[in-house]
Write a protein that binds this ligand. Structure first.
Ligand SMILES: C[S@@+](CC[C@H](N)C(=O)[O-])C[C@H]1O[C@@H](n2cnc3c(N)ncnc32)[C@H](O)[C@@H]1O
Length: 292
């Protein structure tokens, strides 16, 4: 495959950071996520990743985060074998391949049109690279029974994209690294509409505190992508107050995830353990799971 030239800016550029973190992990002797698709995609991009100023430790934190959301997705699909998955702000993430859903599942990867165009070129769904062969298997183009898979190019907050989604089955909304970029009113409208249209389901996403949203500008990677985090969660029950159909099921401090400290170099792990004594640090980034 010819190498793809990439020029992404703003929020879209951040997908290159998460992709790169996962690609670095896949090259480690003992990977956390082992996402070889991320590695293949990075190899196919004509892009100088040093431009991103990816922070040290991203090769641990990003795979740990992705693995946690993979596990929540797998858990939901294990008890809802005919579910719909709305993977919002999917970027170039290969979750559908890692999770490898059963034939009864409908999976939608949604991101901006520009990102989905790039994604279609990198995951064209025909045999060629290991990732593509697997995608063929997942989407059934080799003739086997498989989950249905579609990519949708739209802003998630332009709610017309939802009209094409069948709503009869339970849904899981997986929004990793997305919610903080949405305007709170637009994000609420999106979640409210999903809870109104589907019979039942789960929302899983990471959320940051107001303090973290301010602090992130200290990181060169955030300044390079000109990242502004607008939807913050100091109290995850605010979402339940806004959408009473939702129930908060899990509120996990990302910094306190045991695998994070276990996989970081010793000095960083010690710093992390120290930080998790403070409430402001524990709530700086959380992984939230709601159901309805
Ligand atoms: C930090 S990246 C995360 C990508 C992917 N979830 C991952 O973890 O690798 C943020 C993603 O959200 C997407 N995004 C941000 N705002 C969006 C919106 N309003 N509609 C669709 N996608 C959006 C960006 O294009 C980007 O792909």
């Amino acid at each position: 495959m010819a190498r793809e030239h990439v020029e992404l800016t703003g929020d879209k550029q951040t997908l290159l950071v998460t992709l790169y973190g996962k690609a670095l992990d896949s090259r480690a002797a003992q990977p956390i996520l082992g996402d070889t698709y991320a590695r293949d995609v990075v190899d196919h991009l004509d892009y100088d990743f040093s431009r991103l100023h990816v922070p040290r430790g991203a090769e641990v934190s990003l795979p740990v985060r992705a693995k946690h959301f993979d596990n929540w997705t797998r858990e939901f699909l294990a008890s809802h074998p005919r579910a719909t998955v709305l993977h919002l702000g999917c970027g170039l993430d290969s979750r559908v391949l890692r999770v490898d859903p059963e034939p009864g599942v409908r999976w939608y990867d949604v991101d901006y049109p520009e990102v989905i165009e790039l994604r279609r070129r990198l995951y064209p769904g025909r045999a060629g690279s290991a990732a593509n062969a697997n995608l063929d298997r997942t989407i059934g183009s080799d003739g086997t029974a498989a989950a249905s898979y579609e990519m949708i190019g739209s802003s998630v907050t332009d709610l017309r994209w939802l009209d094409q989604i069948p709503t009869g089955e339970p849904v899981i909304v997986v929004a990793e690294g997305l919610v903080e970029y949405l305007r709170p009113d637009a994000g609420l409208e999106l979640f409210r509409l999903i809870t109104e249209r589907f019979p039942s389901g789960a929302l899983v996403f990471d959320a940051c505190s107001k303090l973290f949203a301010r602090m992130i500008r200290l990181f060169p990677a955030a300044r390079t992508a000109d990242v502004h985090l607008s939807w913050t969660f100091d109290d995850p029950r605010d979402l339940v107050r806004a959408i009473p159909r939702l129930e908060l099921v899990e509120d996990v401090s990302f910094l306190a995830l045991p695998e994070l400290a276990a996989r970081l170099p010793r000095a960083r792990a010690a710093m992390l353990r120290f930080l998790t004594h403070f409430r402001w640090a524990r709530r700086s980034i959380r992984h939230l799971r709601y159901r309805f």
